[in-house]
Design a binder for this molecule. Sequence first.
Ligand SMILES: Cc1cc2nc3c(=O)[nH]c(=O)nc-3n(C[C@H](O)[C@H](O)[C@H](O)COP(=O)(O)O)c2cc1C
Length: 339
Amino acid sequence: MNREKALENMKGFCNVCPICDGRACAGQIPGMGGVGSGSSFITNVSDLKEYKLNMKVMSCETEPDPSIELFGFNLSFPLLAAPIGGASFNMSKTVTEDEYAKAIVDGCKSRGIIGCTGDGPQDYGCKAGFKAIEEAGGAGIPFIKPWEDELLLERLEGAKAIGCEYIGMDIDSIGLINVKVNGGSMPTRNAAQYKELIKKLPFKVIIKGIMDPDEADKCVDMGVAGIIVSNHGGRILDHSRSTVSALPEIVKAVNGRIPVLVDGGVRSGFDMLKMMALGADAVLIGRPFTTNAMGDLNNGVGKYIDKIKYQFVQSMLLTGCSSLDELKEKGSSILYKSK
Ligand SMILES: Cc1cc2nc3c(=O)[nH]c(=O)nc-3n(C[C@H](O)[C@H](O)[C@H](O)COP(=O)(O)O)c2cc1C
């Protein structure tokens, strides 16, 4: 990573720490931190670290194939860049919203994966995402927040105009400080209200921000295309449990009916493998994509993906998984946890 450039571009907003673990930036919102004490962000990272991999060297029949089809995209491996919005107030103004969204979407496309784009109270954030996805020929998924009906419809029109088949909705944003500080508002909606809303939309909807098995089950009933187990990188509820700890129960509740994705604290291809061994179908990474984009735009993003993919394939090879199906079958047997 071009750390020097990233540090310069993110001065006052991010320390670009060698390991992005939420300690140095605790409470920094706007900025890149976790909310309040920062514990939800910190726990995402530290709980994942508790898992180790069981090494096997005579079990792979062939070179690992990490490719997967997901949400109509053929991905070179099961990683997506998490939606991160608010370049102008979370990361300084050295890179514009347009440049940031383009760096993520193009960098991901160049390596055969998908970049997601974020949303915020001002429309320039989501517009930058729509523009980047359109320019990349549809290779991206925009995430839209569950705004009040009128604003929500306006944002959804933007996604329709660029021909999206899938959109994401981070329904955990009802608790987001940034939105409140910037004058946005979101109603609380129950599962029946979301079901009604989703039924009317001309998109397949991926719901982000699920941390509870009952709510995951409700999402299936709501007719969603997939869910993302996420605590918004620890930016919503201080003292929230980690996503890796919530994942297995959610996977059990969903029982293969829809894809279950997860994010929060994933910092390597090894962490990706751990999440998938615990039942995730694919994984998202957030902040490290940002620092790499702030260091060297789409070039930085591409190089970062190369590193994560190398680690992921190595970890498949050395835990005896030739394919993602085999990884799913082996599940948590490839993991070791000391406590
Ligand atoms: C600065 C910042 C802005 C974010 N903006 C959005 C957003 O617009 N929409 C969304 O769904 N999630 C947003 N997120 C949450 C991420 O998509 C993701 O859930 C989180 O960053 C994953 O954790 P990680 O950064 O530890 O990998 C944001 C996170 C950060 C740090």
